[in-house]
Design a protein around this ligand. Structure first.
Ligand code: SAM
Ligand code: DTB
Ligand code: SF4
Length: 330
């Protein structure tokens, strides 16, 4: 679909009023997706360069602090108790275990440490232990992020008190496709948690997954929803589905790399001040495919051998790739 309002813009996007504080509609985001590939990537590079050092890449290391046995039915997830994925479950780690992993991440150069729990949301009794982890990791001089699921009133404030910087909670896909992927909670539940995170003064990390059988319109719908959050998330992880045997999405058709790069470029152009993270699925990509994603405006990665339950490129390989591309980690 061609949208003349966007396509007729001269090639200096952030100087144009429409790109300043635009309200993105699904159609205007779709118009970006439908640009010729080089035009789209050129615009994305321009927006990146107008707002960031284009060769600096933010690095976050992930740790699963509570693994598996989750009540929810997210169709992509290895950690739902509803699917036979062969995952070894793990109760909440101790602060000492978390601190050891955070110290190692810091030594490798990570700037942020993200702790993920396979919960629908944290129970009141779980929160003190997580708060202790956050304070301890923060004291190492790392930025802190947690992803714990849906938050109840007051929980975001408690996490903020403990020194938390970011809360990750993904919208994951367009509102109209969400029910095809998850039935145990709603899109509105996710929006409500994002709102309570903002109101508590935390920074927001929110993105999604592509390659779940969604259409381009759904991908544009996800990007429009994220870009219209007010303000948009500071961090936007774009995950490429890692197919997990035993889950309903195990046999999803892999997404074309150009369509994946287009999704990254659309995120970059619509959220000019956000870090856009090339997230899960990097291990399944070659170096050239990752380089394409950086050209499309990604300026953040998950760094370290593990995501939550699946693997990520080994640190030495990432260091070599950064060297080849002249990128440096921050
Ligand atoms: N339970 C919390 C929640 O659902 O928000 C936090 C953990 S959950 C695993 C965090 C995010 O990881 C999901 O929202 C999804 O975007 C991503 N994710 C999970 N499994 C994935 C997979 N197989 N491939 C790509 N991304 C995945
Ligand atoms: C995000 O958007 N991706 C990360 C993090 N936030 C929590 C998780 C990716 C998980 C990939 C599949 C796994 O390792 O279980
Ligand atoms: Fe549970 Fe989160 Fe996995 Fe959904 S994505 S099953 S809520 S761990």
């Amino acid at each position: 679909m061609n949208n003349p309002a966007i396509l007729s813009q001269p090639l200096s996007p952030t100087q144009q009023p429409i790109f300043r504080n635009p309200t993105w509609t699904v159609d205007t985001v779709l118009a970006l997706f439908e640009l010729p590939f080089a035009d789209l990537l050129f615009r994305a590079q321009q927006v990146l360069r107008e707002n960031f050092d284009p060769n600096a890449v933010q690095r976050s290391t992930l740790l699963s602090i509570k693994t598996g046995n989750c009540s929810e039915d997210c169709g992509y997830c290895s950690q739902s108790k509803r699917y036979q994925t062969g995952l070894e479950t793990q109760r909440l780690l101790s602060t000492e275990e978390v601190l050891a992993a955070a110290k190692a991440a810091k030594e490798q150069g990570a700037g942020r440490f993200c702790m993920g729990a396979a919960w629908r949301g944290p129970k009141e009794k779980d929160l003190p232990a997580v708060m202790e982890m956050v304070s301890a990791v923060k004291a190492l001089g790392l930025e802190t992020c947690v992803t714990l699921g849906i938050l109840k009133d007051g929980q975001a404030e408690q996490l903020k008190e403990a020194g938390l910087d970011y809360y990750n909670h993904n919208l994951d896909t367009a509102p109209e496709f969400y029910g095809d992927v998850v039935t145990t909670h709603t899109y509105q539940d996710r929006l409500d948690t994002l709102q309570s995170v903002r109101e508590a003064g935390l920074k927001v990390c929110s993105g999604g997954i592509v390659g779940m059988g969604e259409t381009r319109q759904h991908r544009a719908g996800l990007i429009a929803k994220l870009a219209n959050l007010d303000p948009p998330p500071e961090s936007v992880p774009i995950n490429n589905l890692v197919p997990i045997p035993g889950t309903p999405l195990a046999n999803s058709n892999p997404i074309d790399i150009f369509e994946f790069a287009r999704t990254i470029a659309a995120a970059r152009i619509t959220m000019p001040h956000s870090y856009v993270r090339l997230s899960a699925g990097r291990e399944q990509m070659g170096e050239a495919e990752q380089a394409l994603c950086f050209l499309a405006g990604a300026n953040s990665i998950f760094y370290g051998d593990h995501l939550l339950t699946t693997s990520n490129p080994q640190t030495p390989y990432d260091n070599v790739l950064f060297k080849k591309l002249g990128l440096y980690g921050v």
